[in-house]
Write a protein that binds this ligand. Sequence first.
Ligand code: BGC
Length: 392
Amino acid sequence: MKFRKFLAAGTGAALAFTLAACSGGGAGTTDDSSADATTGGGDAPAVTEGGTIGVAMPTQTSERWIADGDAVKAGLEAAGYDVDLQFANDDIPTQSQQIDNMITSGVSALIIAAIDGTALAQQLQQAADAGIPVISYDRLIRDSENVDFYVTFDNYNVGVQQATSLLVGLGILDADGVTETGETGPFNVELFAGSLDDNNAHFFWAGAIDTLQPFIDAGTIVVPSGQTDIEQAATLRWQQETAQKRMEDLLTSTYTGGDKVQGVLSPYDGLSRGIITALQNAGYSGTTADGFPVVTGQDAEIASVKLIADGVQFSTIFKDTRKLADQAVTVAQAYLAGEEPEANDTETYDNGVKVVPSYLLESDIVYADNIQSLLVDSGYWTAEEVESGQAS
Ligand code: BGC
């Protein structure tokens, strides 16, 4: 995936911005350590060329966050900014420290994809005190009034799409994802959720469970383990090994008398691959066409896209990180020009202190038969990458 090819349309080429030093959202800092506050005091606007924007991403263990980081960096650089891009190895103190350092070094704005959405209130207060606007990236930062804006996907709908693809894979819904086939099962399904400290995990779960519940109530879907609470299904830090271990435990605790798993709701491709490995190690084989369990996913990671092409994983959700990065750049530019960014949702994302104005993007369900149109034709992955299962 060559993100630099996709320099965000709309990031423009403006190299100079007028910073409204005293505006609410704040832009630039008035601190002497600021790299970009170039004019003096009073209420006079400071003028800068570019400036540095801090970008804090959670981890490099998942390729989506590497792609996000690269795309945000490329977009910001094209718009004339320097970028301090940091990954935190999924370690909360590391991310807090990285953000502390960004604030101390006087960044003009912060774009943050939090590891633990509840752990950054102190950093965000410091950012607010320094007049640095904070953009919450993909994951909502909670319990702080100092989140200025949120760019993300329609996370509830991602969960709906995951469950819809599971229902399609089981043959309960037609390929259109809407029409019920009349198939009554019952189908044995196990449920996985993401990390509870990630606000998104709750939205994915809610969208998925709301979609599955009528079929659970009708007895078309059963959950033999009985683990139907998000706390039971959760996967701390979205770790593949944790999901693999839980699937192994479910297989040995529940599927003993010849019962077979037929479907697994998985909210992220890394977890899906752990689940698939556990199933294969327990003797499940072949493709979904041969009866391998229907496993869902999210993020269109290349290893999972190949598994989908091979018929082993059934689906994933494509969230075009290029568009999200583009949106983050647009929002940062608006703040640094002293303007309010445009929101398309001002109701959904209550972070516990306030409803954060948001810009939501749409996602798509990927099946084997639309890999080409969604992922290859759009340039997200090349045909060679899909073939090999590796990013070049
Ligand atoms: C993101 C997903 C991702 C997950 C694990 C969530 O916050 O929205 O796209 O699969 O984190 O990294």
